[in-house]
Design a binder for this molecule. Structure first.
Ligand code: IPE
Ligand code: IPE
Ligand code: MG
Length: 245
C-alpha cells in the first residue's frame, strides 16, 4: 500500500493525539554508504520534513522528535559539534515553511551545556511560531527523561519550601505540570527506527501507557508511508490501561 491508500484506511476518530519518534540509525545508514556519520544526520532532516508534513495532513496534534539526548554529548566532539550546528541550521532554514503551515515549534530539554548565544538563537526562531495553533511540533533536544524528572522534582521541592504547595498536594498532575511537556497530552504512540527496541531515556514518565512501534527502517530512509503505517498498526492495538476486557 502507498501513503494515500494507508491514509484511507485510517480511522480519523481514533488518531493518536501525540506521537513520539526516536529517530535512530543515521550512523549505520551513513556507514552503509561508506560516508561519515554526519552525512546520515544530514539526510535525516528530509525524513523529519516528511513526517511533519504527514502529521499535518493526517491531523495529528502533537509530534515530538528525539533529536539529541543528554547522553549524546559522550560522542566524539566532531559529531556533537556537527549535530548541534545541523539542528540550528535546519531550524533557521525551515522555520518560515513551518510557520506557513501554522505549526508551533518548541524545543524540549535542559539548558545545561548550551551557550547563551545558541539558546537565544533557538528561542528567536521558535518564538516566530508561538501564535500559531496547528500542529505542536516538539524537538526533544538536549533532552533526558531522568534529568527532566530531576529538574521537576527540584521545582516541586522549591514550591514546598516557599509554602506555595504542601506535601499532600503532590499528585500525578503536579508532576506532569513541572515537566517540559507541561499541558500536553501523553504520547499515545512511540515509534523507533533502526531495529533498536529501547527508550534511551525518552519521555519516561509520559510514555507509561504508550504503544510502541519498532521498525528496521533506518531513519534517513523513513518516509510518510512508514509513518502512517505505524499509525495504522496503532489503531489495531487494544489499549487496556491495566483493566480487563
Ligand atoms: C540517530 O542516529 C541520531 C542521534 C542519536 C542524534 P544515530 O547517530 O544514533 O545512528 P546509529 O544508531 O549509530 O546508527
Ligand atoms: C537515542 O538514540 C537518542 C536520539 C535518537 C536522539 P541513541 O542512538 O543515542 O540511543 P542508544 O545509545 O542506541 O540507546
Ligand atoms: Mg543510535
Amino acid at each position: 500500500m502507498n501513503y494515500k491508500e494507508i491514509i484511507k484506511k485510517l480511522d480519523i476518530n481514533k488518531l493518536p493525539k501525540h506521537i513520539g519518534v526516536i529517530m535512530d540509525g543515521n550512523g549505520r545508514w551513513a556507514n552503509k554508504q561508506g560516508a561519515i556519520r554526519l552525512w546520515g544526520h544530514k539526510h535525516g532532516v528530509e525524513s523529519v520534513r516528511a513526517i511533519v508534513e504527514a502529521s499535518v495532513e493526517v491531523g495529528i496534534k502533537y509530534l515530538t522528535i528525539y533529536a539529541f539526548s543528554t547522553e549524546n554529548w559522550t560522542r566524539p566532539e566532531d559529531e556533537v559539534k556537527g549535530l548541534l550546528k545541523l539542528i540550528l541550521d535546519s531550524l533557521i532554514k525551515e522555520v518560515d515553511a513551518l510557520n506557513k503551515q501554522n505549526i508551533i515549534v518548541r524545543f524540549l530539554g535542559t539548558d545545561l551545556g548550551l551557550s547563551d548565544e545558541y539558546k537565544q538563537k533557538i528561542e528567536k526562531e521558535c518564538e516566530k511560531t508561538y501564535t500559531n495553533n496547528g500542529l505542536n511540533f516538539n524537538i526533544a533536544f538536549n533532552y533526558g527523561g531522568r534529568l527532566e524528572l530531576l529538574e521537576g522534582i527540584k521545582t516541586i521541592a522549591k514550591q514546598i519550601q516557599e509554602n506555595k504547595i504542601s506535601l499532600s498536594d503532590i499528585d500525578e498532575s503536579i508532576v506532569s505540570s513541572v515537566l517540559y511537556t507541561s499541558g500536553m497530552p501523553d504520547p499515545d504512540l512511540i515509534i523507533r527506527t533502526s531495529g533498536e527496541q529501547r527508550l534511551s531515556n525518552f519521555l519516561i514518565w509520559q510514555s507509561a501507557y504508550a504503544e510502541f512501534y519498532f521498525t528496521d527502517v533506518l531513519w534517513p530512509d523513513f518516509r510518510k508511508k512508514d509513518f502512517v503505517k505505524a499509525i495504522l498498526e496503532y489503531q489495531n492495538r487494544q489499549r487496556r490501561y491495566g483493566g480487563s476486557k
